[in-house]
Design a binder for this molecule. Structure first.
Ligand SMILES: N[C@@H](CCC(=O)N[C@@H](CS)C(=O)NCC(=O)O)C(=O)O
Length: 202
């Protein structure tokens, strides 16, 4: 078995978090595309609790849950660090990662609650920085990258979150992100086909 293997699926934002982190650190890995309608034995054996992607298999041992995987990657491969070295700044980065995890997709859906959250993020977490990590992309940017999947650009533009809108554009221009980002139209077409094929839709 390859030393590092990633089980994922191309429409999954959580899979991309792990892919981006590995690539930003220059780690070689084998990527295994999963069909979530027919989960492989490899996936079922390595994530028997949730049976979800992503799963990182390192030296034969599985690690599940994208947030936990990101922390693991940072510990095992400290090069091109994805967290600040200063303990206070590191705690702040983890605060915003937890915020993004707790709020989930709601943050990027139009509504009073999401607008208030986005305002807080823009003012408190991003400020006038290029990335949440400062001049360089870090784990907070990776976690907020979910915005792409939810068409965040339109929401940010329409509601005049110019700081966050510029951030999302800067984020998507980082070569590793740009080269590893599914097209929204392809994803919607795929998910539509999946829905049509699923027995519940008949
Ligand atoms: N909290 C998990 C979420 C992972 C997740 O929702 N994965 C989805 C794909 S985006 C999945 O595997 N779904 C299959 C299923 O639930 O059966 C993480 O951060 O890794």
């Amino acid at each position: 078995m390859a030393e590092v293997k990633l089980l994922g699926t191309w429409v999954s934002p959580y899979t991309y978090r792990v892919k981006w982190a590995l690539k930003l650190k220059g780690i070689e890995f084998d990527y295994v595309e999963e069909d979530l309608c027919y989960k492989s034995d490899l996936l079922l054996q390595h994530n028997p609790i949730h049976k979800r992607v992503p799963v990182l298999i390192h030296g034969g041992k599985p690690i599940c849950e994208s947030g936990i995987i990101l922390e693991y990657i940072e510990e095992i491969w400290p090069q091109n660090s994805l967290l600040p070295s200063d303990p206070y700044e590191r705690a702040m980065a983890r605060f915003w990662i937890k915020f993004a995890e707790d709020k989930g997709p709601i943050m990027w859906m139009v509504g009073q609650e999401s607008l208030e959250m986005l305002k807080m993020i823009e003012e408190e977490a991003l400020g006038d920085k290029k990335f949440f990590g400062g001049d360089k992309i870090n784990m907070v940017d990776i976690v907020f990258g979910l915005a792409h999947w939810l068409g965040g650009e339109k929401l940010l533009e329409a509601n005049k979150f110019s700081g966050l809108h510029t951030w999302l554009q800067n984020f998507k221009q980082v070569p590793v992100i740009k080269e590893n980002l599914p097209e929204l139209d392809d994803m919607f077409a795929y998910l539509r086909r999946q829905r049509e094929m699923s027995p519940q839709s008949n």
